[in-house]
Ligand binder design. Structure first.
Ligand SMILES: NC(=O)c1ccc[n+]([C@@H]2O[C@H](COP(=O)([O-])OP(=O)(O)OC[C@H]3O[C@@H](n4cnc5c(N)ncnc54)[C@H](OP(=O)(O)O)[C@@H]3O)[C@@H](O)[C@H]2O)c1
Length: 290
């Protein structure tokens, strides 16, 4: 990401990145996909200091996440600034198209409202609906944002072609693109495009669901810095300027994944990790669909 998004070291759980619209999004997020108890895990993450939760309509846990945030804050968390919890959700491709997206967003807005909350970031979950429905869905997000029903808007799993189509249609570009991103899948074309356009890149599957914890380079770096491999991976993501969204339902891991502030990867470490790219996706990565 461009220098304006680069991590100033040292940075902390309170560090944030500024979106084009001025909103401050916390740099470390907490994922809840396939969470077996999203309410308890979110509550634990909040206690550990995370201030950014990544949900989706597809995950069927928007309500649990909102309930945990409301309970944690006792209704007293500030709406802006330090201490505020950043809440993201997403509308899936099957719900794209003017009418369907309108209905879906209204449903999610109502869930948050029930808990006294507003979604900070609403994403199109994926580009799979095809160009027409995708653009219709994007227009709905713009309208909902303009009506003040949601705060910031973005996309997920969008390739350069999908992002370009938004521009060609004369519409404003997303604030955020959330993609699968880790050393083994660096998606450089999308990252470069987003940097150029001022689109903040969020990294999903930042620890590859545990798939490459035995990689020799990562093991060596974890020994060098006396930290775990997932900590190396999340720190890499932060130092690249991304917004990583590690998920865990395990209290000890939730804590460890946010304990990243006492070490720093040096240039040589970063260069070694740069070489690990092999286009390996652990999730669905639909960035090339029509
Ligand atoms: N936009 C999209 O299409 C999309 C797709 C996928 C993911 N996402 C988002 O990104 C988030 C993260 O992705 P993800 O959940 O797929 O994968 P991930 O965060 O890379 O990995 C999560 C897995 O790793 C385990 N884990 C977590 N911390 C660990 C640690 N310190 N040591 C060992 N194992 C650990 C977790 O187990 P336990 O939970 O059992 O601890 C879980 O099985 C999701 O939750 C979601 O919010 C978005």
């Amino acid at each position: 990401m461009g220098a304006e998004h680069a991590v100033a070291s040292p940075f902390t759980l309170a560090s944030s990145v500024k979106l084009r619209n001025g909103a401050q999004m916390p740099r470390l997020g907490f994922g809840v996909f396939q969470s077996t108890n999203a309410k308890a895990s979110t509550a634990h993450a909040l206690t550990m200091g995370y201030r950014h939760i990544d949900s989706a309509r597809y995950y069927h846990n928007e309500e649990e996440v909102c309930a945990a945030v409301q309970k944690f804050s006792g209704g007293n968390l500030p709406n802006e600034g330090t201490g505020k919890v950043w809440l993201t959700t997403k509308v899936m491709g099957q719900e794209h198209g003017t009418d369907q997206t309108n209905k879906a967003v209204d449903e999610s807005v109502a869930i948050a409202k029930k808990y006294g909350l507003t979604w900070d970031l609403f994403l199109l979950h994926d580009p799979t609906a095809g160009k027409q429905k995708r653009l219709e869905a994007w227009k709905v997000l713009i309208e909902k944002r303009d009506q003040g029903l949601i705060k910031s808007i973005g996309v997920s799993n969008f390739g350069v072609k999908h992002l370009e189509q938004i521009k060609e249609a004369g519409l404003e570009t997303p604030e955020v693109n959330q993609i699968e991103l880790h050393p083994f899948l660096q998606q450089r074309d999308i990252v470069e495009y987003c940097e150029k356009e001022g689109i903040v890149v969020e990294a999903y599957c930042p620890i590859l669901r545990g798939k490459r914890f035995d990689d020799p380079t990562l093991v060596e770096l974890s020994k060098k810095h006396s930290v775990t491999v997932p900590q190396i991976l999340i720190r890499w993501s932060l130092q690249k300027g991304f917004v990583p969204l590690p998920k865990s339902d395990t209290p000890g891991r939730i804590q460890a994944n946010a304990d990243l502030w006492d070490f720093e990867l040096d240039e040589g470490d970063m260069q070694q990790m740069e070489k690990l790219d092999e286009g390996y996706a652990v999730s669905w990565n639909p960035v090339n669909v029509e």
